[in-house]
Design a protein around this ligand. Structure first.
Ligand code: SAH
Length: 348
């Protein structure tokens, strides 16, 4: 197993069969070795710096009906909200004062935010905070729309591929969505010039180790700048209410593989990881993650953006408690920095 990991460190890729072995045959000792290698790769590329992003959850209206997601269209129990331009700008002001230099606008696919409005919001943020990056995570759009966002000044776009396997994708999504469209969006975004983020849930229903190996191969092909992964968490008002949650253990293992495979990547220690375990975010950093995205949404809407049960948005998940996060990172030898935290090509 150690030589497989060493091979991954030197080649930044393994075959599908090798990835299968690496995942299937893992144990605590192997994981410890893997995490050590991942931390080395991380430090070579990003030192001990932890980048922070202020997450603004624009809207929980969504036209999609993803089977895993708590704010899916057919969940009639969600109390729906959307933020207007003024309240989004308020969030940015608060965030900038706190030291955030990246704002992530994430939301359901909500037609209220037409191209004209988004272009206006993006260009206003960029004008007011020219030292900051804008990241969007608004789902699947036409290439022209992505281009308009980019020309308005958006820097990055997050769109998880969710699972690279088309059949598995169809088990997690309604019929009108496809893995093919998702992947096309990602290549469009890359072509336009965005720093692109993709990713997947760990332990989503029907996921096999083979699917995970395919996810790694897809990501190696896409070469995204950012990769978001977190455990699947069930939501009681979805068709997956009774499905088992993913585990922190496997999520950390996959994170470390990704750090080694894509050394320059921006890898968040995600909210889902922080939601499944109190120390999830810290463990994520120790497995090679270098980004944390505290919640900057207005307090009164936070509990409405419940994509899964028990999603945390308080304590170190909350932008207001940045000092707590800084302290936690210091305790494990890392430091939160005030910076845009852009992608850096890997150091050889
Ligand atoms: N509408 C946007 C943002 C989606 S929310 C988009 O389509 O990109 C961001 C991510 O949360 C999703 O890509 C998905 O991977 C994750 N997510 C959604 N429901 C989840 C659940 N029940 N458990 C864990 N992660 C979930």
């Amino acid at each position: 197993m150690q030589n497989l990991i060493d091979k991954l460190v030197s080649k930044r890729l393994l075959s599908k069969e090798e990835f299968l072995v690496l995942i299937e045959k893992r144990n605590a000792d192997v994981a410890e070795y893997l995490f050590r290698q991942a931390r080395q790769v991380r430090e070579k590329n990003y030192g001990k710096d932890v980048y922070i992003r202020g997450l603004i959850e624009l809207s929980n209206y969504c036209k999609n009906d993803c089977l895993y997601c708590g704010i899916r269209k057919s969940n009639a129990h969600v109390s729906r909200y959307r933020l207007d331009k003024a309240s989004i700008l308020d969030c940015c002001k608060r965030g900038h004062d706190l030291g955030f230099r990246t704002f992530v606008l994430q939301g359901g696919e909500d037609a209220y935010y037409n191209d004209k409005l988004m272009v206006d919001i993006i260009s206003t943020i960029k004008k007011l905070y020219s030292d900051s990056a804008v990241t969007l995570s608004l789902g699947e759009k036409k290439k022209e729309t992505y281009l308009a966002y980019y020309q308005a000044g958006a820097d990055r776009y997050l769109l998880r591929h969710e699972t690279a396997n088309a059949e598995h994708y169809s088990l997690l999504h309604p019929k009108n969505m496809s893995s093919e469209t998702r992947k096309k969006c990602l290549y469009d975004l890359k072509e336009i010039g965005f720093q692109v983020g993709s990713g997947f849930m760990v332990g989503s229903p029907y996921q096999t180790v083979e699917h995970l190996a395919e996810d790694l191969l897809f990501l190696s092909d896409l070469q995204p700048h950012m990769i978001g992964i977190g455990p699947f968490m069930s939501h009681h008002e979805t068709p997956f209410a009774d499905k088992k949650n993913g585990t922190m253990e496997l999520t950390l293992y996959m994170l470390a593989i990704l750090r080694i495979m894509l050394p320059g990547s921006l890898l968040p220690s995600t909210t889902a990881l922080g939601s499944i375990n109190d120390d999830g975010r810290v463990h994520g950093i120790l497995a090679g993650a270098n980004v944390v995205m505290p919640n900057l949404s207005p307090l009164d809407v936070r509990e409405k953006y419940m994509i899964y049960d028990n999603k945390v948005s308080t304590g170190i998940e909350a932008a207001e408690y940045l000092d707590l996060l800084k302290e936690q990172m210091r305790e494990i030898g890392y430091q939160v920095v005030v910076a845009r935290g852009d992608f850096k090509p890997p150091v050889d």
